[in-house]
Ligand binder design. Structure first.
Ligand code: PEP
Ligand code: MN
Length: 372
């Protein structure tokens, strides 16, 4: 994927920046007391934390709590005044942006349901022209990298250079034990496309339950992500939205103080030498794999020519079924998971069929040319 953004390094965004950036606070603002009490308890151990609360809530079905609305912005201001914490909230249209700016909200984020809609993202971007404020863009609900990249580009094109992505998981056919499947390969793809882009993980919306938050948060740190957004409520059992996944401030503390923060750069020379050696082995093996795949595909092309000469269909289901079953079993004996071998073979088979069909296509085209 191709993604070029003009980004101010995150360490220059806030006077007291430390990695990981922590964003904590309730899913929704519900009352001034709820906000203040939550924020005060969070601030005791996390004075550099950013305090989050949703003011306007995008609910899947109507007639649920849809956010406290504008009054919540005044409460956020009180939180900032009394605790010193910077404040963040979700915006879904230009009116939200204007109200947040008028009320001194420090950071804005675009929610997963908004990132899917380029019209709304563009409306937000237009409202942000000429403003210098950090903006986070959550991944779209469904695993569509182009929408995620597109939303980041629209906000960045409006002149926002303090920009980060939030990984909050994806709705998919099989979410496993998670509310939203993490699909770690997607934030990794984003980081690979634009290495300067900070990525913040939102373990709460991935996990959907407190029990999985530590695991997700640690994994995000192991992948060198830049921060964590964790929904924290003074009394989760009474929360008006996402009650089942919010944690109390003391639980937030436990999670954060047990996180193992690893270094992305290596200072020990022996460790570096060993890693270089292992990486050189992998590099060679990867090259061997590519050469073998190229040889295999050349044979596929040959087989395609035989099939055509003898009037045999390109796809022969029974033969393919037997081949994949044998390979899955062989791979399993070698310690490779069946799902892994299956995924590889599906790609190999698609490419073989494509080549055999191309030769067929080339012949049809040349026949037509001959007849002209
Ligand atoms: C939220 O942060 O409370 C929220 C609505 O999240 P998302 O946009 O990731 O669903
Ligand atoms: Mn929520």
């Amino acid at each position: 994927m191709n993604l070029k953004l003009d980004i101010t390094p995150i360490k220059n965004w806030f006077p007291n920046y430390a990695k990981p950036l922590i964003i904590a606070g309730p899913c929704s603002a519900e009352s001034e007391d709820q906000l203040l009490n939550t924020a005060k308890q969070i601030a005791v151990n996390n004075p550099n934390c950013i305090f989050r609360a949703g003011i306007w809530k995008p609910r899947t079905r109507p007639n649920n709590f849809e956010g406290i609305g504008d009054i919540g912005l005044k409460w956020m201001h009180t939180v900032k005044k009394e605790t010193g914490l910077l404040t963040a909230t979700e915006v879904a249209n230009a009116d939200h942006v204007e109200k947040c700016l008028e009320n001194g909200i420090d950071i804005l984020w675009v929610g997963a349901r908004t990132t899917v809609n380029p019209f709304s993202v563009q409306e937000i971007a237009n409202a942000l022209k000429g403003v210098d404020i950090p903006v986070f863009v959550k991944n779209p609900i469904y695993p569509d990298m182009q929408l995620w990249a597109g939303a980041l580009e629209r906000i960045n094109n409006a002149g926002i250079t303090k920009i980060a992505a939030i990984h909050r998981g994806f709705q998919s056919y099989d979410n496993g034990p998670f509310r939203n499947s993490p699909k770690w390969e997607l934030p990794i793809e984003l980081k690979t496309a634009c290495s300067e882009l900070p990525i913040i993980c939102d373990p709460s919306h991935i996990a959907g339950t407190p029990g999985l938050i530590t695991y997700i948060a640690q994994k995000a740190m192991d992948l060198d992500m830049d921060g964590l957004m964790i929904e924290t409520h003074i009394d989760p059992s009474t929360a008006l939205s996402d009650a089942q996944q919010q944690i109390k401030p003391f639980e937030l503390n436990n999670i954060l103080s047990n996180l193992k923060i690893k270094s992305a750069s290596i200072t020990d020379i022996h460790l570096q030498t060993k890693l270089d050696e292992l990486r050189a082995n992998i590099f060679k093996l990867d090259n061997d794999l590519l050469e073998l795949l190229a040889k295999r595909m050349a044979i596929s092309t040959n087989i395609g020519e035989y099939k055509r000469a003898n009037n045999i269909t390109v796809l022969q289901v029974l033969h393919w079924k037997k081949l994949i079953e044998t390979s899955i079993e062989n791979g399993y004996q070698l310690g490779l998971p069946k799902s892994f071998v299956t995924a590889i073979y599906e790609l190999i088979h698609d490419e073989s069929i494509r080549r055999q069909s191309i030769t067929l296509q080339a012949e049809i085209t040349s026949d037509i040319v001959k007849k002209l």
